[in-house]
Design a protein around this ligand. Sequence first.
Ligand code: HEM
Length: 456
Amino acid sequence: MTIQVQAHSRELPRLRGGLPWLGHALAFKHDPVGFLRHGQETAGDAFTFTLLGQQVVFMSGPSAHRAVFAAREEQLSCREAYQFMVPILGEGVLYGAGHSVMEQQMKMVQGPLTGKQLRASAPVMVAEAQAYLDALGEHGERDLIDMMAELTASIASRCLVGPEFRTRLTAELRGLYDDLQEGVQLAGLVNPRLPLPPFRRRDRARARIVASVHDIIGERRRPGAQTGPADMLTTLMSARYADGSALSDDIIAGLLLSMIFAGQHTSAAHGAWTGVLLLAHPVWYLRARAEQDQFRVQNPELTPANLHRMTVLDQCFKEAERMYPPLSVLMRVTMSDFVHDGYTVPKGALVFVSPGASHRRPDVFRDPDEYCPARFGPGREEDRRTPYGLIGFGGGQHGCTGLGFAQQQLKIIWSLLLRQFDLEAMQPPGPPDQSTFVVRPGKPCMIRYRRREATP
Ligand code: HEM
């Protein structure tokens, strides 16, 4: 798709209401997806509004998504839009670095998250998940969000930074990751370094994690140090920029922390939504479980190839991604006037694309408010029928680097859970928790579990 500058643009509809400077910040903060959905239904596929003194342009629909995801960094900048993340990522790391360095760093982290290295991490993920489930006992009650957060924190720490890190910070880890996530607030769009308590906790958590990674790098560099299987840390320690220079320990620590940050809460939320929706729809819960029982007999190993063949589980994950994408709003900043579909988004505006709002478009997904994993099955394949309709992992230039990692770990977790436990929700799902940029099921989200009799 080519993006052309047209001489005559139509005017973007502006949402009515809002307060001076704050604009629609209160409504947006309260329920970002609901707010954008309402705007989409009343003002159409593109509209503008003010948020904390900043002009925002919302763009919805497959053709707008394609245009945004295909745009080059010089046109629509991801880096500019996510400057509020720099206190977490670190100066000189990804969005905190220049464009060329950012691109080189993105390539460096790709290796361990894809292909052979990703496949090799499957047994480690299985071992981490199994150890967690073994400790659950015969039966009990747990919060599903906590379970998913603990499981994904252990897997991310173990697979990305390594076993030393995982053991060193065991008790603290989950709280530190939560402090990082809770440090991503709407106020960060104005100034992410304001002296607010969540920002202070974010900075303390970052310092603690980075110090620990530094220690591990130091230990690994000692002559005669034991080298285990390759993880992201080993990859980054031997990586080189185009000019041949190595990464400093600060940058390595920042990149590892960035990957954990990008992947842990998102994966935990996606795993929790998949479970909440499955348990609220017994027909699908039983189908997913029957599929696992069949695999358990015929192909019990949780290899990437077997995980790939689990079509029911796959459809359930996609439906959770569609209904409750963990990243519900994606952002870009226009570096020059950007024209799409006859309207101009002026230079300096913040562009919003919303998986959460756009996934409820009836022109893309039939009966969008209904839970129906079969929409992704044979005969319907609503995701393939409309490219750029399902965008829970983004797309194009900045599509999720960790997609394969996230899917592999979550399929492993849910395969084991369904094979080994009878599960039951203790209450119907409540309204989503949208207090940070990652949308999770609202608490309480308690489940009851009982170990099944014939476990593998
Ligand atoms: C269910 C879990 C996940 C979801 C829903 C998710 C979602 C997304 C989305 C929507 C984007 C695009 C952002 C944009 O266009 O503005 C993205 C980018 C990214 N994700 Fe994920 N993600 C997940 C897991 C992970 C994991 C596990 C990792 C790494 C270990 C990861 C690393 C990244 C990185 C590095 C980018 C930036 C790519 C770029 O700008 O080129 N993500 N993710």
